[in-house]
Design a protein around this ligand. Structure first.
Ligand SMILES: *Cc1c(COP(=O)(O)O)cnc(C)c1O
Length: 732
């Protein structure tokens, strides 16, 4: 609050300015933003100008609530969530924010009266692709749900300058293009350079005497500035607007100046580039971390900034840190943010001078960990050498946490050296390294898996010894998707049909969809459903014609497999099914008239360094080229592979799908969320007993789920016996 000695204007005392509410007011605000923010007249404006002005107008409507919620959260000091995630795969914002603010109609009417098409402006938005796949999309769905459920919360992450690469195909092979999503400016972000945090790296630690107490401190070698960018996260029509805060790295001026003053201009520029590299690009690996130093820098950069931001700005003056567990839970989205644990300890012990034991007791109540995988290669480890060089004090803290933990393990389980080695946070082979999942498990108040089967396998296998040591710590929280984006927005016609039948309560209480069950026998409802599906197919067909110049034939079943390309997800198996059908027709084994007209739609990015995944993409495109042009198939089998699968494309493809392909090798897919989006849009599933498919099958019933393949115990038994595909091949 600015200081003033004369009486304040009444508007300066009101918490915020009220938003307009009619189409006329909307027009006024829109034109104001266009003229004054963009500096153009409507007649001279570009689509980008109009899109930005519209986005600013929508922001204006949400602003009052946002400012009020930020103020309120600080005043009330209720317990809240700090969701820490290295990825947020947000998708487009405009439509979501229009929906949340209940402005879609007013905006459409207002723009139409200016001769502007809302649809055109929608299409203009570049989605922020700040995530790889399911994990990043889950984070985006969670912050949406937290706002809709009015849970006080803030999402923290990284504002990558380049998000997930844009995929193109050249001769059927994947070629990656940079995703310059910020090139035309993002109207949804608010830069707050005045709230920047300084983040240190490197250097050494030292002990010092503080009035008779020996303490440790970190003497870092270099630092960068973390500048926050705030994004609104509006709840669905509940007047609630939470915050997503993404950090961007810039060189600190002190660091710069020292070098500039030494006269080495080139070195100064290099130092600046070095600092800014930290938030330059999202690592495009999905489920297979590469252990790169820059990635650890990114992780520490954003969690350190977030923890300091929370402690500096969110707590009431004079807050007693012993009460932190009643104030906050830091939810760790996989292992990427786990370095937050030793950072939190460092702040409490080295900076706030709490006793170690007190600090550790607080820490163990302030963190919770979501594990996303069962793949051993996806469990993040950091070489001790690297971690100690970048974060020497954190390594000391990790060692002490581990020492005390292993003492407790020995007390409890006896001197079973094998067990102690297996449970140690420090792995000795193949090189000495820190197991981040173990650190998170030891520190977390709760550890959750992301589907019933996955949570069970975590307890039985991956973290079995920890489950025995920490009874009750392990829980299941099956993943979910927001029905606002993936049904209301993506499938407006089905949404209307459902709402006409059971009212619109399902938008926030999805269980209400059970009320649709009687309509399964209602002929009128069923034909209305069929008409909606057909309309969605036509809409997809138009999108793909315009986007990629490909056609989808009328009357085809749409058989859809869209997700990251991974061997365990088995896109290869799907393409072999197509090859088998094709070969059957060509060899005369299958009458072409018996082939159900089908278009297989694929969408998948491969990590740039994942050679096998890239070869599978090449194969799918090559098979498509053969199958799509062979007249002997009479157009009854088609393969369509639009490049650059992202949230925007998902929102078009999924509502049009008849069949959802969820055929991962059982025991490999932790949950999946694509499977849920399809089920929500009325597609049937063909899938394995894996991840959340298990729960989906229980809900939709066996009639709507084609169960397929081996079960997890069968997979396990086969791999124990030894799986040699060559033998199957020769045995035929
Ligand atoms: C939902 C979603 C995913 C996750 O799909 P899975 O089938 O669960 O792997 C990946 N990418 C995008 C763009 C999504 O929307």
């Amino acid at each position: 609050m600015p200081e003033s000695h004369s009486p304040l204007h009444p508007l300066a005392l009101a918490p915020v300015i009220a938003p307009p509410s009619t189409a006329d007011e909307f027009v006024e605000r829109f034109l104001h933003n266009l003229n004054f923010d963009r500096g153009v007249a409507l007649s001279a404006s570009s689509a980008n100008d109009r899109y930005l002005a519209l986005a600013h107008t929508v922001r204006d409507y949400l602003m009052a609530r946002w400012l009020e919620d930020v103020r309120h959260q600080k005043e009330v000091q209720a317990k809240g969530v700090c969701y820490l995630s290295a990825e947020y795969l947000l998708g487009r914002q405009l439509d979501n924010n229009l929906l949340a603010a209940d402005l879609t109609e007013v905006a459409g009417e207002a723009l139409a009266s200016c001769g502007v098409s809302l649809d055109e402006l929608r299409a203009h938005e570049v989605e922020p692709g700040l995530g790889n796949g399911g994990l990043g999309r889950l984070a985006a769905c969670f912050i949406d749900s937290l706002a809709t459920m009015a849970v006080p919360s803030i999402g923290y992450g990284i504002r990558y300058e380049y998000g997930i690469f844009r995929q193109t195909f050249v001769d059927g092979q994947q070629v990656e293009q940079p995703d310059a999503w910020l090139a035309l400016g993002s109207p949804w972000e608010f830069a707050r350079p005045e709230d920047a945090q300084t983040i240190a790296f490197g250097g050494r630690t030292e002990k010092y005497d503080d009035d008779g107490v020996t303490r440790s401190r970190w003497v870092p070698a270099w630092n960068v500035q973390a500048v926050p960018y705030n994004y609104m996260v509006p709840g669905f029509r509940n007047g609630r607007v939470n915050t997503l805060r993404l950090w961007s790295a810039v060189a600190t001026s002190a660091f710069d100046l020292r070098i500039f003053n030494s006269g080495d201009y080139e070195e100064a520029v290099r130092a600046q580039t070095f600092a800014e590299n930290i938030s330059k690009v999202l690592y495009p690996e999905d489920s297979t971390p590469q252990g790169k130093e820059l990635r650890l820098q990114q992780q520490y950069f954003f969690v350190a900034a977030s923890i300091h931001d929370f402690l500096d700005n969110m707590l009431a003056d004079g807050f007693d840190l012993a009460n932190l567990p009643e104030r906050v839970i830091f939810q760790l989205n996989d292992t990427h943010p786990v370095i937050a644990v030793p950072e939190f300890m460092r702040v409490l012990v080295d900076e706030k001078h709490l006793e170690w034991d007190a600090a550790w007791a607080i820490t163990q109540q302030c963190f919770a960990y979501t594990c996303h995988t069962l793949l051993p290669e996806a469990l993040e480890v950091w070489p001790v050498e690297l971690l100690g060089r970048l974060l020497p004090r954190h390594l000391e803290i990790i060692y002490r946490i581990n020492d005390e933990f292993l003492v407790a393990v020995r007390e409890r389980f006896g001197d079973d050296e094998m067990l102690v080695r297996n449970m140690s946070i420090i792995a000795e082979h193949p090189e000495r390294s820190v197991r981040m999942a173990y650190l998170a498990t030891v520190a977390g108040a709760k550890v959750n898996g992301v589907a019933e089967l996955h949570s069970q396998l975590l307890r039985d296998k991956v973290l079995h010894d920890f489950d025995a040591f920490f009874p009750g710590k392990f829980t299941n929280v099956t993943n979910g998707v927001t029905p606002r984006r993936f049904l209301r927005l993506a499938n407006p016609e089905l949404s209307s049909l459902i709402t006409a039948a059971i009212g619109d309560g399902w938008t926030t209480e999805l269980e209400r969809l059970h009320e649709l069950e009687p309509f399964a026998d209602d002929a009128e409802f069923r034909s209305a459903f069929a008409r909606v599906k057909a309309a969605n197919k036509r809409r997809l067909s138009e999108v793909l014609r315009e986007r990629d110049g490909v056609e989808i034939s009328d009357g085809h079943m749409l058989d859809v497999m869209v997700k990251r390309l991974h061997e365990y997800k088995r896109q290869l198996l799907k393409v072999l099914h197509i090859v088998t059908t094709y070969e059957g027709v060509i060899s005369g084994r299958i009458a072409v008239s018996d082939v159900v007209p089908r278009t297989a739609i694929f969408g998948a990015k491969a990590a740039p360094g994942y050679a096998m995944a890239k070869r599978i993409i090449h194969l799918i495109n090559a098979v498509g080229e053969v199958v799509n042009t062979d007249p002997r198939l009479e157009g009854r089998l088609k393969v369509v592979f639009p490049p650059n699968y992202n949230v925007t494309l998902a929102e078009r493809v999924i509502p049009a799908a008849d069949l959802s392909e969820q055929i991962s090798l059982a025991g490999k897919e932790a949950s999946g969320t694509g499977n849920m989006k399809f089920a929500l849009n009325g597609a049937l599933t063909i899938g394995t007993d894996d991840g959340a498919n298990v729960e989906i099958r229980e809900l939709v019933g066996d009639d709507n789920f084609y169960l397929f393949g081996m079960s997890e115990p069968e997979v396990e038994a086969l791999s124990t016996r030894g799986y040699r595909p060559q033998e199957f091949y020769q045995g035929r």
